[in-house]
Design a protein. Structure first.
Length: 279
């Protein structure tokens, strides 16, 4: 069972007791050089005097623990294997804060871009952060439950003095969950604001098109009337039909029609302006 959990690297954080040893899993989350979220499994086998750890790759977030071991001072050297396991779990949780801090800064930058010049990349960048937040939330909740299981455990391999530090790690898990929920709300509000800005921009465009259409509708109606092909002369008898649009054959008919259409357009513009459509 333990071997399968170690080799199957998509396990949730958990803690299990097996008598002679305890088994635990944490998820290391950190950003690579290309700012992609890395989700790696870190497995622990805790015995009385030895702690075994297993991970997939050499890159990790455990450098501070290695430096403390190299210095050879402090509780990490005298606290036993259970304290070392706590120290590794705690540095993993601390990396969650570093990742959340980076995403918080990115969201601040996205908000500034939203106010200055919104574009499609805002939606894309915000969705990436929101998706990563969901990944972190799926890790943080089981991590909190794992810490709670260790605190409630009666295993003799967990030193009572180490449980004092584990309570602090448990509180950090709760803080991570709260920060995740807060950043999710911020990302959701950014998306909503972006959609609202796009919607308002579309409404402004539609308002302009509506005004233009409203101005040209009566002008098009007049042009349609005078565009009808009524014959002035009877093709059979050759008689002049004086009542078939006589204004078309007046000396200044075209000029009068254009002046009338212009007056109608000006009156409509004045009406729309008084109604506040141009604001």
């Amino acid at each position: 069972m333990v071997l399968e959990d170690i080799t199957t690297t998509y396990q949730r954080p958990k803690y299990e007791e097996y008598g002679l040893y305890d088994f635990a899993i944490s998820r290391m989350l950190y950003m690579d050089t290309e700012q992609n979220l890395i989700n790696e499994q870190l497995s622990f086998i805790l015995t009385k005097n030895v702690l075994f750890t297993f991970q997939d790759r050499y890159e990790d977030c455990l450098s501070p623990i290695r430096k403390r071991l190299e210095v050879g001072k402090g509780n990490i050297r005298i606290g036993g294997s259970s304290y070392l396991m706590y120290a590794l779990m705690d540095i993993v949780i601390d990396e969650y804060f570093a990742v959340l801090g980076l995403w918080n800064e990115n969201l601040d930058v996205i908000e500034d871009r939203l106010m200055d010049k919104p574009d499609k990349s805002i939606m894309f960048d915000t969705q990436i952060i929101k998706r990563n937040l969901i990944t972190l939330r799926r890790v943080a909740w089981p991590e909190r439950d794992k810490m709670n299981d260790i605190l409630r455990s009666d295993s003799t391999l967990i030193d009572e003095r180490t449980k004092v530090y584990l309570r602090d790690a448990y509180d950090h898990c709760i803080q991570v969950i709260d920060m995740v929920e807060s950043l999710k709300e911020i990302s959701a509000s950014i998306i909503d604001m972006y959609l609202s800005i796009i919607s308002n921009r579309m409404n402004e465009i539609m308002k302009v098109l509506t005004i233009i259409s409203s101005i040209f509708i009566p002008l098009t109606f007049i042009a349609g009337i005078y565009g009808m092909n009524f014959s002035r002369e009877d093709p059979v008898t050759g008689k002049i039909l004086t009542k078939n649009m006589p204004e078309l054959y007046q000396e200044h008919g075209y000029l009068y029609t254009m002046i009338g259409m212009g007056i109608i357009a000006v009156l409509q513009i004045i009406y729309f302006w008084r109604k506040g459509w141009f604001k």
